[in-house]
Design a binder for this molecule. Sequence first.
Ligand SMILES: Nc1ncnc2c1ncn2[C@@H]1O[C@H](COP(=O)(O)OP(=O)(O)OP(=O)(O)O)[C@@H](O)[C@H]1O
Ligand SMILES: Nc1ccn([C@H]2C[C@H](O)[C@@H](COP(=O)(O)O)O2)c(=O)n1
Length: 249
Amino acid sequence: MDAVGRLKEKGVKVIFVLGGPGSGKGTQCANIVRDFGFTHLSAGDLLRAEIKSGSANGTMIQNMIKEGKIVPSEVTIKLLEKAMLENGNDKFLIDGFPRNEENRAAFEEVTKIEPEFVLFFDCSEEEMERRLLSRNQGRDDDNIETIRKRFKVFLESSLPVIEYYNAKNKVRTVDAARPINEVFESVKIAFSSFDKKVTTNSPGNSSFWRLCWQKLRRRVPVTVAMTASCGKEAPKMDAFGRGYRCFRR
Ligand SMILES: Nc1ncnc2c1ncn2[C@@H]1O[C@H](COP(=O)(O)OP(=O)(O)OP(=O)(O)O)[C@@H](O)[C@H]1O
Ligand SMILES: Nc1ccn([C@H]2C[C@H](O)[C@@H](COP(=O)(O)O)O2)c(=O)n1
């Protein structure tokens, strides 16, 4: 049986975890693994492991990561597919993928998998830059020059992917600019509605969404619980340039 058949047979469920560089995707994925039984697959980690393994693609991947560029989809998808097939679990958090339209379309085409939902960590560039510069994990790309390139790629190539899934009502947005524990409280809300397939303020609830809009227009912060569970696009009151935040605190 081919890889697609085996993934289908396994009944693989996928959640894409997206957000700017340093928004806290990896940190929160560790919490989700602990509490919700998912396996965490970081596209960036898989690519870095490929460099270390000395594979034929290693040098190309290394150069692209140093430049903040996105590695061709076929390389990343092969690594993700292999990791999902080799793992006994059937629930995966795919962190940092899809990073652009090519990643997204190729993944669907090759694996025939649609994500259950997309967990989007919303954080300002200032905060992400602060975090990346103090991450201290010896990453080649955590220097100010590459960080700026990664932000540009995020805005130009990754946000359209989030918008694509948003149009399909598949995005659950979390305000990621708060302390780790507070962010996780919102993540838990996003996941509890996944398990139960019910949300208190469901995306289809137009009066709820109208209330969100009214609050945003008056600059009253919409609570994270609402944002996380409604699963709809947060209106862009403070978009581009300073990140993708829907309101100022
Ligand atoms: N809510 C938070 N508040 C403060 N620091 C945080 C928070 N979340 C994560 N961090 C720290 O910020 C840094 C980046 O976090 P993390 O590696 O989880 O981000 P990421 O989105 O996975 O980044 P990348 O896309 O570059 O891999 C880490 O040093 C982490 O400890
Ligand atoms: N789908 C992906 C994911 C990652 N990369 C490359 C480019 C990124 O800057 C780098 C680090 O990823 P991170 O660990 O920050 O998620 O890896 C890619 O090309 N394609």
